[in-house]
Ligand binder design. Structure first.
Ligand code: ZN
Length: 143
């Protein structure tokens, strides 16, 4: 199995069967994000205690790429501080724009590197980045 195939499987797995999808009982920060060009419509739910994102989930619908990207992002940010989550967002967006030259930083994205070649498909970039922009919005509003 080559790397692209592995990434495709990872994206399919997260989009079809995400443990991160559903409502949280004690969410204290929610943010909706929409990508009209594809029809993706997600809502992030976060449980923040002080500066730490203790738990996170999402609801909504959209294409496999938007759903998988949201689920993978949630795996990454759980337990992180808002500042760390913000840095992950910046790193992910730089990777998509192919502006990331520091491979150590790429490593901190873990499974989200599955989207590193999405920049070659401009129509899908908004699908892959929707959750990350939405998270940035949520964090900025709840400083
Ligand atoms: Zn989409």
């Amino acid at each position: 199995m080559d790397l692209n195939q592995l990434y495709t499987e990872l994206i399919l797995e997260h989009s079809q069967n995400s443990e991160n999808k559903g409502h949280l009982d004690h969410a204290n920060c929610t943010e909706r994000g929409r990508n009209p060009s594809c029809g993706d419509d997600i809502t992030l739910e976060l449980v923040c205690r002080g500066d730490i994102i203790e738990d996170a989930s999402f609801t909504g619908s959209g294409c496999a790429i938007s759903q998988a990207s949201t689920s993978i992002m949630i795996d990454l940010i759980k337990g992180k501080s808002k500042e760390e989550a913000g840095e992950l967002v910046n790193t992910f967006l730089s990777m998509i724009k192919k502006e990331l030259n520091d491979y150590d930083k790429l490593e901190m994205l873990e499974d989200a590197v599955a989207f590193q070649n999405i920049g070659n498909m401009p129509a899908r970039v908004k699908c892959a980045t929707l959750a990350w922009h939405t998270l940035r919005e949520a964090i900025t509003k709840n400083q």
